[in-house]
Design a protein around this ligand. Structure first.
Ligand code: ATP
Length: 201
């Protein structure tokens, strides 16, 4: 009997290199669910989420062109923790269900990856079989994000401060991939891939 496809999470702080590393896994044939990207899409396209968000934020949740008014929502939840929780209560379960459905549809692969910035913070890593944490030194992350997004140093630093420290994420991880520019990424990905494929866990 074939083994069930494992659900593996991959997370890490802003600019740690999650997306870059997932692209390497994809070249090995591993399907990746980019949860944050998918959540953005569902917030615009999924009828249930639209109804839920309109109930919480009123008609202002969406722009006249029917896209989500991200700026408005961000400014409201920044000041109102209860609204933030309500938003998460609508979006997280829907994205989780969507991710489960997607996972079930992946055939003949040893495991799938779910990439998300928040997997440890919200406890959702507990629903996964294994967890990979991507680590990069803070200064490297700041430099990479400033370059990628044209962002100010202070803005990147503020986002890093708002996230759970890497050490906390690493405590609950099964694998750590060091994206510090010194250790070979490909070698580390291949090593994790080999373990997850052979299941000598
Ligand atoms: P976010 O949390 O913001 O989505 P992320 O963890 O997905 O970020 P990436 O987008 O993969 O991180 O990487 C951040 C930036 O750093 C990108 O521009 C990427 O090309 C670059 N980068 C990632 N890893 C390396 C590396 N080893 N060497 C050079 N540049 C890198």
């Amino acid at each position: 009997m074939s083994k069930p496809t494992l659900k593996v999470g991959i997370t890490g702080g802003i600019g740690s290199g999650k997306t870059t590393i997932c692209r390497i896994f994809e070249t090995l044939g591993i399907p990746v669910y980019f949860a944050d990207e998918r959540a953005k899409k569902l917030m615009t396209e999924d009828a249930k989420i639209r109804a839920g968000l309109t109930e919480i934020f009123g008609e202002k949740a969406y722009l006249p062109d029917s896209n989500l008014d991200r700026k408005h929502l961000a400014s409201v939840v920044f000041k109102d923790k209860e609204k933030l929780r309500a938003l998460e209560g609508v979006v997280h379960p829907a994205v989780h269900r969507d991710g489960e459905e997607w996972h079930r549809a992946q055939q003949n692969v040893p495991y799938t990856l779910r990439e998300a910035a928040l997997l440890v913070e919200n406890g959702s890593y507990k629903k996964l079989d294994k967890l990979i944490v991507v680590f990069a030194p803070e200064e490297t992350r700041i430099r990479r994000v400033m370059q990628r997004d044209g962002a100010e140093r202070a803005a990147v630093e503020a986002r890093i401060k708002a996230q759970l420290p890497d050490a906390e994420k690493m405590k609950v991880s099964d694998f750590v991939i060091y994206n510090d520019g010194e250790q070979s990424l490909i070698r580390q990905v291949l090593q994790v891939h080999r373990v997850l494929s052979n299941r000598d866990l």
